[in-house]
Design a protein around this ligand. Structure first.
Ligand code: ADP
Ligand code: MG
Length: 477
C-alpha cells in the first residue's frame, strides 16, 4: 500500500492522542498540517517557530517514537514553518453602532499619543505629549511567578507573547482559572515584560468593571467613538475577569468591535476569566467564537511542591525564615488559593511580631483557622491516594484502575496499606476506594507491602516519610 502524508500523519495523531492530555493535544497537535511524504521523511507544517521549538522541547521523544512506528527505523520528521504572523481570520461584517476613524488612529505613533481629539481615560496629566499609563503593577513579573505543572502552558505562552506581542498564534491569549491562582499576575507579567523589551509599545491593563464603567460614561457623554479610538492605540490590551462582561450587551458590542480592530491590526489581546470561554454564559456567541482564535490556557491549583516553592519565594521576599514544619503545615492546608497562602504568611509574621510569639505549627494552626473553614481533621483514603500517587509520580486515578504496571501496583498497594493503618476504615470500605476491589485484595496488598518493608530499607524510608507527611496534615507531629 502506498502511504500518503495525510494517512501517515493521521495514524501518528492516533498514537499521540493516547500519550498526551487533551488540552495539549488540542493546542500543539491539532494545528499541525501534514505537507508531504518523501524518502521516509514526513514534513509537517507548524504555525510558527515557537511552535516548532515547543514541540522539539517537549515532545521530541514521542514524535520520534511515533514516526518510527509509522515509517520504520529510518523515518524522519521535517518541519515547515508558516512564515510571518498568523493571518487573522476574515472578520465578518457585523452591524455595530460605533464607528472608528482609522485614519486618525493610524497616524499616531504607538506609545506617544496626541490627545488633541481623543479622550483618553488613562493619560497621565501634566505633559503635552502624553504616554498612556499602563495601569500595571510593576511587581507582577515572570521572575516571581513560580512555574509548576499547574501553570506551565499559560506561563510559556505568556513568555512567547512577551517576546513577540501580536506575532504568535496565541492571540487572544485567554488565561482562565479559579480565583487566586495567578491570572492577574501572569497577564500583567506579560505586560511588564513587553514594556521593558519594547519601550515604544503601548500596554494597557483594564479590569472588566472599569472597562464597563468607562463605556457607560462614554455613552452618557456621547463619546463612544472617542472611547473606541482610544483603544485602537493599544498594542497589548489586557482585560481582566471578562466573566463580568456577561449579560452586558452594549459593553460586549463595543468590546467586540475593539477586539476585531486590534486583532486585525496584529495587536495583542490578553483576557482572563474565571472559567473556560465555552462556559461563559451571558456572552455573545460571536465573542466566544473570537476567543477561540487564540489559545485558552488554564491555571490549575498548584501541587504541593509548587505551593512550597511559592511560599518560599514569598518568604525570601519578606526576609523571613520559617521552620520547615510550619511551611509544610501551611502548604498542606492551603491548597486552592495562592492569595490565601500569602495571606497566611503575612498574618503569621504580624501575629508573631505583635504578640512576640515564635512562629511554630501551633501559631500557624491558629492563623490558618481564619482562612479555611475546616482544617483537615480526618485522614481520608482519597488524601492518602493523592499523596502516594504524587510521590510515585503516577496519575491518581490509575490507583482505582486495572493497570499492572509495576510503579502503579506499588503505589496502589502502599495506599491500601497506609489506609488500613492510618484510617479507621474497614477493609471493605478501603477496597471500594480502589475501583471496587474486595477486602481480600486489600489484605493481600498489606501483606505484600509488609514483605517489602522487611527487606527493602529504601522502601522503608519512603514509607516512614509518607506516614509522617500524612500525619503532619493532622498536626499530629
Ligand atoms: P487571580 O487573578 O487568578 O485571582 P492573582 O493573580 O491575583 O490571582 O494571584 C493571587 C496572588 O497569588 C498574587 O499575589 C500573585 O502574586 C500570587 N501568585 C499566583 N500565582 C503565583 C505563582 N505561580 N508564583 C508566585 N506567586 C503567585
Ligand atoms: Mg485577578
Amino acid at each position: 500500500m502506498i502511504k500518503d502524508c495525510t494517512s501517515v500523519w493521521d495514524s501518528c495523531l492516533r498514537t499521540i492522542r493516547r500519550n498526551v492530555n487533551s488540552q495539549s493535544f488540542k493546542t500543539w497537535f491539532e494545528p499541525i498540517r501534514p505537507v508531504r511524504l518523501s524518502n521516509n521523511a514526513l514534513t509537517i507544517q507548524v504555525p510558527n517557530k515557537f511552535f516548532y521549538e515547543w514541540l522539539e522541547e517537549h515532545y521530541v521523544s514521542l514524535l520520534k517514537m511515533t514516526i518510527r512506528q509509522e515509517l520504520g527505523e529510518n523515518g524522519r520528521l521535517e518541519y515547515q514553518i508558516l512564515m510571518g504572523a498568523p493571518v487573522a481570520p476574515t472578520v465578518a461584517k457585523e452591524p455595530v453602532s460605533v464607528r472608528t476613524n482609522s485614519k486618525r488612529s493610524g497616524g499616531i505613533q504607538p506609545g506617544m499619543i496626541d490627545t488633541g481629539n481623543i479622550k483618553n481615560p488613562f493619560v497621565i496629566p501634566g505633559i503635552k505629549k502624553l504616554k498612556i499609563d499602563p495601569q500595571i503593577n510593576p511587581t507582577y513579573l515572570f521572575d516571581n511567578f513560580i512555574e509548576g505543572d499547574c501553570n506551565r502552558l499559560a506561563r510559556s505562552a505568556g513568555m512567547a507573547i512577551a517576546k513577540k506581542p501580536g506575532g504568535t498564534a496565541f492571540n487572544p491569549l485567554i488565561i482562565f482559572g479559579d480565583v487566586g491562582l495567578g491570572k492577574t499576575h501572569l497577564a500583567q507579567a506579560v505586560g511588564n515584560e513587553v514594556l521593558s523589551s519594547f519601550p515604544n509599545k503601548t500596554v494597557l491593563y483594564v479590569s472588566s468593571e472599569k472597562f464597563t464603567n468607562q463605556i457607560i460614561q462614554s455613552i452618557k457623554n456621547n463619546a463612544v467613538n472617542d472611547f473606541v479610538n482610544f483603544y485602537q492605540l493599544i498594542d497589548v490590551l489586557i482585560v481582566d475577569d471578562i466573566q463580568f462582561l456577561a449579560n452586558k450587551t452594549k459593553t460586549q458590542e463595543i468590546f467586540f468591535h475593539i477586539f476585531n480592530q486590534l486583532h486585525q491590526n496584529g495587536k495583542q489581546l490578553i483576557l482572563t476569566s474565571d472559567r473556560p470561554p465555552k462556559d461563559l454564559d451571558g456572552m455573545e456567541e460571536r465573542l466566544i467564537s473570537r476567543f477561540k482564535w487564540g489559545l485558552s490556557a488554564d491555571l490549575q491549583a498548584p501541587d504541593l511542591e509548587t505551593r512550597m516553592a511559592i511560599l518560599e519565594s514569598k518568604m525570601s521576599k519578606e526576609g523571613v525564615e520559617l521552620p520547615n514544619s510550619v511551611t509544610e503545615f501551611i502548604c498542606y492546608n492551603i491548597k486552592n488559593n495562592i492569595r490565601e497562602l500569602e495571606g497566611v504568611l503575612v498574618s503569621l509574621i504580624a501575629q508573631s511580631s505583635l504578640n512576640r510569639r515564635e512562629i511554630d505549627v501551633t501559631l500557624a494552626k491558629e492563623v490558618i483557622k481564619n482562612f479555611v473553614k475546616q482544617i483537615n481533621k480526618e485522614i481520608t483514603v482519597d488524601y492518602i491516594q493523592k499523596l502516594v500517587a504524587d510521590h510515585f509520580e503516577v496519575p491518581v486515578e490509575k490507583l482505582a484502575g486495572k493497570t499492572r504496571k509495576r510503579s502503579i501496583v506499588i503505589a496502589r498497594q502502599l495506599s491500601m496499606y497506609l489506609a488500613k493503618n492510618l484510617t479507621n476504615k474497614s477493609l471493605k470500605a478501603i477496597g471500594e476506594n480502589f475501583g471496587g476491589r474486595d477486602h481480600s485484595t486489600v489484605i493481600y496488598s498489606c501483606k505484600a507491602v509488609q514483605d517489602l518493608l522487611d527487606t527493602d530499607m529504601i522502601f522503608k524510608d519512603t514509607v516512614t516519610d509518607l506516614e509522617k507527611k500524612i500525619k503532619l496534615s493532622l498536626n499530629e507531629v
